[in-house]
Design a protein around this ligand. Structure first.
Ligand code: NI
Ligand code: MN
Length: 235
């Protein structure tokens, strides 16, 4: 058989924690925060037309552009129940509510909404439910983890019990989430050696030294990939 696994997944970085990942030819956009991000000024926002938008939690730096994306695409919005209700009240009708620990089979593969240790109010102060991340398993067995915002937590050890992930998006900026050193421990917990860093350098409180972070991962026998904003890679 020609495709034992997806040959690759195509990943584009839109800054902060926002990535588009092409899975089985469907475009999954995670945590849209582009137009308020000065570092992402050169991104052609109007050209972003995902099939799905996955939102990890309600904070503005993860949801700011959700309504605008809904207006310029036919995307289905996947998040927790409270956030999809809030999006529906904003006029977004294409929603798929989930909650912690649940799987669902979509046309791109399976998504699981997984626990994150964080908080989750919405931009207007509404209750945002519990924060989470996503485990994505493509139709041909390639899998990845998108952590959202989280600190290091023992729950991450559960992931290796039910899925072998090929790569993971982890926050590394510290202050609001885990930093580089804890992300290295997290990558041990999830049994994954290929990490794509996110949630760094956008704000004064989450500045990192990129080369030092990459060196630290290397010394731990792991790869840290830090994409340029606007860069696309195949993985
Ligand atoms: Ni947050
Ligand atoms: Mn955040």
């Amino acid at each position: 058989m020609l495709f034992q696994k997806d040959l690759f997944m195509q990943i584009t970085y839109y800054g902060h924690s926002c990535f588009e990942v092409k899975v089985n030819n469907k475009k999954l956009l995670f945590d849209p925060y582009i137009t308020p991000n000065k570092l992402a000024e050169k991104i052609d926002f109007k050209s972003i037309k995902p099939d799905y938008v996955l939102i990890s939690h309600g904070h503005n730096d993860h949801i700011a552009d959700a309504v605008a994306i809904a207006k310029q695409s036919d995307a289905v919005f996947i998040s927790n129940f409270e956030i999809t209700n809030w999006l529906s009240a904003k006029g977004i009708k294409n929603v798929h509510p989930m909650n912690l620990g649940g799987n669902f089979d979509f046309d791109f593969g399976t998504a699981k909404y997984f626990i994150a240790q964080h908080s989750s109010s919405l931009p207007d102060g509404s209750y945002g439910g519990n924060p989470g991340g996503f485990l994505i398993k493509g139709l041909h067995d390639s899998s990845f983890y998108y952590a959202g915002d989280t600190g290091l937590t023992n729950d991450l050890k559960l992931i290796r019990e039910y899925i072998n992930i090929d790569f993971a998006f982890l926050p590394i900026g510290n202050n609001y989430t885990m930093g580089v050193d804890n992300a290295i421990i997290a990558s041990e917990f999830i049994n994954c050696d290929k990490i794509i860093g996110m949630h760094y350098n956008t704000f004064d409180t989450i500045q990192i030294d990129k080369n030092e972070a990459i060196d630290k991962f290397n010394r731990a026998g792991k790869e840290l990939i830090l994409l340029e904003i606007g860069q696309t890679i195949n993985i």
